[in-house]
Design a binder for this molecule. Structure first.
Ligand SMILES: Cc1ncc(COP(=O)(O)O)c(C=O)c1O
Length: 282
């Protein structure tokens, strides 16, 4: 069994134990990160650690480690888990205390990390694309914080799965926010649209890479939310996340998106994204 990291120690996963009074367990009082590793090397690590700090600040929680400490322990974890392509999961909770909504005083946060093999992106997504359904965004008002309280996301994702879709695309106040576990993009007349960074969406690290690539390659991109109507008329729809990269959505609510095949703008973006990954831009 692979080792995990818990509060300063590396342990076999079945030896790692957390108290039933941990606020992550009782209240969902914690934040997390998921970081892809390619050929032993973390991709966009500094962006993930900066976002972890922002999530911790957003819930007024102490960071148990400096950036250098996180970097060193992640490197050690990846090595202990066999290297190669992995998916590193980090979680920080407010710690162990008698159950109370109010924050406990003088409690050390619980720091946890694990790593598992990174599943390759299914080839069928690149050839055929994937399906999505439209659902109402039932999440809270602080979606920019990567909180472990994922019950709404889980319900939405399950509904998508039961409808034969990969992802639920979420509508709040008539506008597309993002996916249940991804950022979303719409291509209309050659311009890529993605919702702006605010409390309605997670500031995705993959989204940052997509924007950087678009800017460098003169691909028109606007950080501007589209309406549900525009979403339904899109020439192309994509989703992105650290473990799925950029996936074309070719069916929306059982209707073809554009030609019903992965579009030309996605093809250009995916090729550039693969080059960016190869370069291992940190
Ligand atoms: C709600 C949500 N939005 C966006 C993303 C994409 O973020 P990233 O590219 O940092 O993985 C995720 C990733 O899990 C997510 O859960």
């Amino acid at each position: 069994m692979s080792d995990v990291y818990l509060n300063g120690e590396f342990l076999a996963a079945d030896q790692a134990k957390v108290s039933v009074f941990d606020r992550g367990f009782l209240l969902g009082d914690g934040v997390y990160e998921v970081i892809p590793v390619y050929a032993d090397k973390c991709f966009q690590l500094s962006g993930h650690l900066i976002r972890l700090q922002a999530s911790l600040d957003g819930v007024r929680m102490k960071n148990p480690h400096t950036q250098n400490e996180w970097t060193a322990l992640i490197e050690q974890l990846v090595e202990r888990c066999g290297g190669g392509d992995q998916s590193v999961y980090l979680q920080v909770t407010r710690g162990v205390a008698p159950r109370d909504h109010v924050f406990p005083q003088n409690v050390e946060p619980t720091a946890f990390a694990m790593s598992s093999p990174l599943a390759p992106i299914p080839e069928k997504y690149k050839i055929q694309g994937a399906a999505a359904i439209i659902l109402e965004d039932i999440r809270w008002q602080n979606c920019n914080i990567k909180a472990i309280t994922l019950l709404p996301n889980s319900l939405l994702k399950q509904q998508a799965l039961e409808a034969g879709a990969l992802e639920a695309l979420l509508i709040r106040d008539g506008y597309l926010t993002e996916g249940a576990a991804s950022n979303a993009y719409v291509v209309l007349d050659g311009t890529i649209y993605t919702a702006p960074k605010d409390e309605k969406v997670l500031p995705g690290i993959t989204r940052e890479v997509v924007i950087e690539i678009a800017l460098k390659n003169n691909m028109p991109l606007l950080e501007q939310a589209v309406t549900e109507q525009q979403l339904k008329q899109a020439d192309e729809i994509w989703i992105s996340s650290s473990t799925k990269e950029v996936v074309p959505i070719t069916t929306l609510d059982n209707e073809a998106v554009g030609t019903g095949k992965p579009g030309g703008v996605w093809k250009e973006m995916d090729a550039l994204y693969q080059q960016y990954k190869q370069k291992g831009a940190a």
